[in-house]
Structure formats: C-alpha cells, structure tokens
Design a protein around this ligand. Structure first.
Ligand code: UDX
Length: 436
C-alpha cells in the first residue's frame, strides 16, 4: 500500500518506520526542512531504541521516503495518516492548529478519493471536524473517509509496542475503510478492535487517564505507607497479584510526566467541562501528581534543614528512561523548586542533557559523567531510573552523598548494601546499612 504520513514527531516517525518495515511504501511529510534532510540520511530526531536501525534499512530498500513538499507527498495517495502534534493551550484544551493545517494541506493536494487515518490524540469530535474541513476545502468532488486510529505506544519501547501491542483500535463511520486499515496492519498480527469514531477517540483519553490515576493512586498510598511504616513496594505487589487490579502502573515515585499523561488528563477534564461533566477522579489525579513532584524536596528539607548552598546531584532528567524527552518531566518543577531553595545543582542524564539545557533553569550546571555529578555532592536526587544510574550507584562504593531516590530504584535490602543514607518513596529510610 502507498501511504503518506503528515507529521514526523514521535508518533508519525515511529508509525512510518513500522509501516515500511511490514512492506508498505511510506512517504513522511514534514514542514521542517532541516529535520527532513537529516531523516532522509537516516538520522533520527528522537532517541528511541531500535528506531535508527529500522529507519536506515527501510530507506535503503526504498520503502521509506521523506519530503517537505505536500504536493509531491500527497499526490496519488489513497491512505493519508495525520500524526501532527496537538499541544496544550493556555486554557488546558488541545491546540488543533496543526490538525487544521493538515486538513487544508490534504484538501489542496489530493487528486483521488482518500482514507484519512488520524493518529494524533484529538478531542472527541475532531475526526468528524477534520472530514468536514477537508470536504469544505476541496476544489473537486472526491470521496473522503475518516478513521480514528489512536496510538498507544510508549516512548522507550515504541517499536516493540507497535509489533506486539495489545490491540489496534479503529473507529470509523462504516466498515469499508476500517477493513482496509485492518489489512494494512495484518502483518503486525495484533488484534484489531473496531468501533465508532467517537468511542475510538474516547478510548485514547480514557486509557491514558486511567493509567495516570493508577499512578496517582499508588503515590497516595505510598505517602500513607511512610506515615505508618509500611513498604509501598510490597503493598503494590500484593495488590497487583490480584488479577482484577493487575501489576502494571503501580510503581510509586515522584509522579508521572511526559508528552501524554499531563496533557491528555488536562484536556479530558476540559472536554468534560464543555459538556457539563465533572471528572472528579481525574482532577484529583492531576492534583496528586503535582503534589508528588514536591515530595523529594520535603524529605531533603526535613533532613538538612535548608538547602542553601548545598551541592545537589540531579540524576536523570528525562521523564522516563530510554528516551531523550524532557517534555512534562518531573525534573522541570523539581529543579525550579531546588533553585528557589538555594541549592547548587549539578545535573546528569545519559541522553537527555541537550534537550534539558533548553528547558531547565539556566542556573543548573551539567556534568560530563555520573562521577563528576556526584563528586563532593551533599545530596543526590534520582529522578529517572536509567540503568546507567542504578548500576553506578550499586557498584561504586561511596558513603556520600545522601541519596533521595524518587523512583525506588533499589529494594530496601539492596539499599542497605549500598552503605549510604538512603531515602525513597513510600518506604522507611535506610541509614548506612540499617533501617532508620
Ligand atoms: C503513555 C502511555 O503509556 C501510552 O499508551 C500513550 O500512547 C502515551 O502515554 P509514555 O508517556 O511514553 O506512554 O510512558 P509511560 O511508560 O506510560 O510512562 C508515563 C509516565 O508515568 C512516566 O513519567 C513514568 O515514569 C510514570 N510511571 C509509569 C510511574 O510513575 N509509575 C508507573 O507505575 C508507571
């Protein structure tokens, strides 16, 4: 199948690469000339394990193409994916600017009937709006069908998620375009769930909101565990072994981040407000998550009195490991709070430092290695559970700094072996080899 994909952000690029890997001809269209030039040479704008290898082999076998030219990219295509960004507006709703532009670009450049497949996360009703917009802007009489095909991949395991996902959701007005899409995806061997367009759009928001609320729930339990002397790891394990609950997304920590959960939960609340619905659980999820970004600082202040002039190693800046993405990362509010408290921050991340420099407070210094970040530090905050950070702390015999682990990277048993003072989330502190 000859496919065009509009937008080469995270979702667009991964989708294009995976579609070409299963044998389709894919043309990626983006307005950023520099980015397109680099991608055509196999240089990925994002860090994602396995992506460059698949990108390169499909460029070399002639199935994956990149262009800035809409006319060239869209002409003669029967399937066009929309995977442009839907950033958050000041009023918390989704900004549909790029969606509107994509719809107009499609209308102005297609020459035949098309199926539009929306991968971007869009508020309920947007797919029908896209279809109307394309029809309004067409100059010839063509058939336009629309499919909502929300994306569930996670950064850091996006390729694996595409090939081994739990399901592919396809929302359409009738079975015609849904069946064509089902055929396109057949080589993945992933079960397809067909539904109407509104339900497909809603599945994406409801899923992200549910996962986010699972995280806020376990974080709330973690805060209580600290007060009563319980261990949240065991509590989560015991809960997760009940199959009705499931063990996923019950890792307590400093709260969720990223380009999806924070934005999509806010957009869902806003969308619900527009139809006079109050989503109390999701509002609380957001509030608890924001509070959770402050727990390490509170612990550090309790331990040190104040942080003025303290040298603090900030370890891990991305919102999760195996990505260079800083969007919505807890490192943003946490570093801002630390600067206000007068701490001297020396930060390290295995791959995220370049992007972090553009977003985090200017006062932060960056270290070339973990060793440099930890040298003479009074305290260290672990914000991301990168293997490199875990292995370094585990293998390097050190008595200092005091460690505040925001991701519970070590079991309490292992923390005792570290021979450092160790504070974590929802568990008793460990004082150099002993329980506190
Ligand atoms: C998420 C959804 O999982 C994915 O389906 C959707 O397409 C996009 O949003 P992603 O943001 O890439 O994916 O990462 P995910 O692994 O879901 O983690 C999101 C955040 O939650 C991270 O900050 C992570 O550290 C945090 N998290 C996750 C927890 O704090 N505890 C957990 O148990 C799980």
């Amino acid at each position: 199948m000859d496919i065009a994909v509009l937008g080469t952000g995270y979702v667009g690029l991964v989708t294009s690469v995976c579609l070409s890997e299963i044998g389709h001809e894919v043309t990626c269209i983006d307005v950023d000339k520099e980015k397109v030039k680099k991608m055509a040479l196999g240089i990925s704008p994002i860090y994602e394990p396995g992506l460059v290898e698949l990108m390169t082999s499909n460029i070399n076998n002639g199935r994956l193409h990149f262009t800035v030219n809409h006319k060239e990219g869209l002409a003669n295509k029967k399937i066009i994916y929309i995977a442009v960004g839907t950033p958050q507006k000041k009023d918390r709703s989704a900004d549909l600017r790029f969606i509107v532009q994509a719809a107009k670009d499609i209308a102005h450049n297609i020459k035949n009937d098309v199926i539009i497949v929306t991968k971007s996360t869009v508020p309920v009703g947007t797919n029908m709006y896209i279809k109307e917009l394309i029809l309004e802007n067409l100059t010839t009489d063509l058939k336009v069908e629309i499919v909502s095909n929300p994306e569930f991949l996670r950064e850091g395991s996006a390729i694996k998620d595409t090939f081994y996902g739990d399901q592919i959701v396809i929302g359409s007005e009738n079975d015609g375009p849904a069946s064509i899409l089902e055929k396109i995806y057949k080589p993945f061997g992933v079960p397809v769930f067909k539904t109407d367009i509104y339900s497909a759009e809603m599945i994406k928001y409801a899923s992200n909101a549910f996962l986010a609320s699972k995280i806020s729930f376990i974080n709330e339990m973690a805060n209580m565990c600290e007060k009563i002397g319980a261990n949240i790891d065991d509590v989560a394990k015991g809960m997760g072994q009940d199959r009705r609950i499931g063990s996923h997304f019950l890792r307590a920590g400093i709260g969720y981040g990223g380009s999806c959960f924070p934005k999509d939960t806010q957009a869902l609340v806003k969308m619900a407000e527009n139809v006079q619905c109050d989503l109390g659980i999701i509002r609380s999820t957001i509030e608890i998550n924001e509070l959770q970004h402050t727990v390490l600082l509170k612990k550090a202040k309790e331990r040190f009195g104040n942080l003025v002039g303290k040298r603090l190693a900030l370890l891990g800046l991305t919102y999760k490991p195996n990505t260079d993405d800083i969007r919505g990362a807890p490192s943003i509010p946490i570093s801002e709070q630390l600067i206000k408290e007068g701490a001297n921050i020396i930060a390290y991340d295995p791959v995220g430092m370049e992007k972090a420099r553009a977003i985090l407070p200017k006062e932060i210094q960056y270290a070339g290695s973990l060793e440099e970040a930890l040298l003479n530090a009074d305290l260290a905050f672990i914000l991301t559970e990168w293997d490199e950070i875990i292995e370094y702390v585990e293998n390097k015999l050190m008595e200092e700094p005091v460690i505040f682990d925001g991701r519970n990277c070590f079991s309490l048993e292992d923390a005792k072996k570290l021979n450092v003072e160790y504070h974590s989330i929802g568990r008793p502190a460990v004082l150099k080899g002993k329980d506190a």
